[in-house]
Design a protein around this ligand. Structure first.
Ligand code: KG4
Ligand code: ZN
Length: 376
C-alpha cells in the first residue's frame, strides 16, 4: 500500500493562529486553533498590529501541537500549505515565514493557498467523531469511503472579510458569480452587534441574543443590488443604526479602535436587543438564501449547494438552508462548526492537490493580500 499524503497546513490570515495535518486532502489528523478573539474583543474588531504580534507568540507552539496530535514527524510530511491571502499583511507574513523556514530546513515542498479556496475545500474534509460517529464511519467503510461533494455545485463563502458566490466545476476549479458590494456578511454581524452593545465577534453574540427574540418585530431591508448575484449589507447596517437611535440608544457607545466595547446598558438599556438581533439575523438569512435561489435557477446543472466560512456556523442560517434545500430537492452541504470559522485543515486540503502534482512555490512565495475567490 502506498504511503498516505500528509500535508501540514498553516493559517494566520486574520485572528486565528492555526496548524493542521491532513491526510490525502480529506482526513483531518489534527486541527489546532489558537483564537485571538478575546484579545480583540475590547476593540470591537480585529486590531491588525495586535494580531501580528500574537501570531508571532503562538505560531511555534501551535505548529508543534499540530504535529504531535497527528503523531507525525516533519520528515514524514509530504509538503506544507500556507495561506498567502487574502488577509491582513502583517498576520499573513507570520504564517508564510514560518512555513518558509520549515520548508527550507526540511527540504519539503511549499505551496501558497488562497484562503477563500480553503473555505471551499472545507467541504471535502472529514473529521472522525465530529460529523459522523465512529460507528457510522465504520459502517461506511472508513473516512476514505465517504463520498466527495457532488460537482458542479454552487458555493457560498460567507466570512468576516468576504461574501462570494461561486460555481465550483470540480475540486479547485471555480468561477466567481457575484459577491458583496460593500460589507461582508460576517462584518455586518460584527458591526450590528457593536451597535447593539453586544461583544465581538458579533456573529455568535447576535445568534445568542436572537435566541429569545421576535425576528419579525423590526422590518429591516434586504439589500438590493444592480446585479442579481451580488450582495449589499450597508443599507441593513444603516437601518440597524437608525433603529437603535430611534429607540433612544447610542450605536456608537462601543466604537473607537482603542476603546473598550461598552456593555448593552451604555447603548441603551431599554433597547429590545433580542428582537433587533433576531430581525437583523433574519434579514441576512433572507439576503443570502435569496441569491442562492437566483443562482440555482440560472445554473440548473448544480448538484448541491455548499456554504462555508464563519457565518455558515450560524444556526438560523443552517436551519433555513436545510429547509430551502429540502424544498428545492438540492443537497445542502455545511461543514461541521469547527471547520466553518478559520482553520488550517482547510488550507492543507486546498494545497493537497498542488503538492500531489509536484507544485513547489519555494522560498520565492509571497503574500497576496487582495486575492479573489477564483484565483488559484
Ligand atoms: O471565516 P471566518 O472565521 O474568518 C474570515 O475569513 O473572515 O469568519 C469570521 C466571521 C466573523 O465576522 C464572525 O462574526 C462570523 O464569522 N461568525 C458568525 C458566527 N460565527 C462566526 N456569524 C453568524 N453566526 C455565527 N454563529
Ligand atoms: Zn476565513
Amino acid at each position: 500500500m502506498s504511503r498516505p499524503q500528509l500535508v501540514l497546513g498553516i493559517e494566520t490570515s486574520c485572528d486565528e493562529t492555526a496548524a493542521s495535518v491532513v491526510e490525502d486532502g480529506r482526513i483531518v489528523r489534527s486541527n489546532v486553533i489558537a483564537s485571538q478573539a478575546e484579545l480583540h474583543a475590547p476593540y470591537g474588531g480585529v486590531f491588525p498590529e495586535v494580531a501580528s504580534r500574537q501570531h508571532v507568540r503562538d505560531i511555534v507552539p501551535v505548529l508543534r501541537q499540530a504535529l504531535d496530535e497527528a503523531s507525525v514527524r516533519l520528515d514524514q510530511l509530504s509538503g506544507i500549505a500556507v495561506t498567502r491571502g487574502p488577509g491582513l499583511s502583517g498576520a499573513l507574513l507570520v504564517g508564510l515565514n514560518a512555513a518558509k523556514g520549515l520548508a527550507l530546513g526540511s527540504g519539503l515542498p511549499l505551496v501558497g493557498v488562497n484562503h477563500l479556496g480553503g473555505h471551499l475545500a472545507s467541504q471535502w474534509l472529514h473529521h472522525d467523531g465530529v460529523l459522523l460517529s465512529p460507528d457510522v464511519v465504520a459502517s461506511l467503510g472508513g473516512l476514505h469511503a465517504i463520498p466527495s461533494p457532488p460537482t458542479p455545485h454552487l458555493a457560498l463563502v460567507v466570512s468576516g472579510g468576504h461574501t462570494d458566490l461561486a460555481l465550483v466545476h470540480e475540486r479547485g476549479r471555480v468561477t466567481r458569480l457575484g459577491g458583496t458590494m460593500d460589507d461582508a456578511a460576517g462584518e455586518a454581524f460584527d458591526k450590528a452587534a457593536r451597535m447593539m452593545g453586544l461583544g465581538y465577534p458579533g456573529g455568535p453574540a447576535i445568534q445568542a441574543a436572537a435566541a429569545d427574540g421576535d425576528d419579525r418585530r423590526f422590518k429591516l431591508p434586504v439589500g438590493r443590488t444592480p446585479l442579481p448575484l451580488d450582495f449589499s449589507f450597508s443599507g441593513l447596517k444603516t437601518a440597524v443604526r437608525r433603529t437603535v437611535e430611534r429607540l433612544g440608544g447610542d450605536p456608537d457607545a462601543g466604537r473607537g479602535s482603542a476603546k473598550a466595547v461598552e456593555p448593552a446598558e451604555a447603548v441603551g438599556s431599554e433597547l429590545p436587543v433580542a428582537d433587533l438581533a433576531a430581525s437583523f439575523q433574519r434579514a441576512v438569512v433572507i439576503a443570502l438564501i435569496g441569491r442562492i435561489g437566483i443562482a440555482a435557477t440560472q445554473y440548473p446543472q448544480i448538484r448541491a449547494v455548499c456554504v462555508s466560512g464563519g457565518v455558515s456556523a450560524n444556526h438560523a442560517l443552517r436551519t433555513a438552508l436545510t429547509t430551502w434545500g429540502a424544498e428545492h430537492e438540492l443537497p445542502i452541504l455545511l461543514p461541521p462548526l469547527v471547520l466553518c470559522t478559520d482553520n488550517a485543515a482547510m488550507i492543507a486540503a486546498a494545497g493537497a492537490h498542488g503538492l500531489a502534482t509536484g507544485s513547489d512555490d519555494g522560498v520565492e512565495l509571497d503574500i497576496a493580500v487582495g486575492l479573489a475567490i477564483d484565483v488559484t
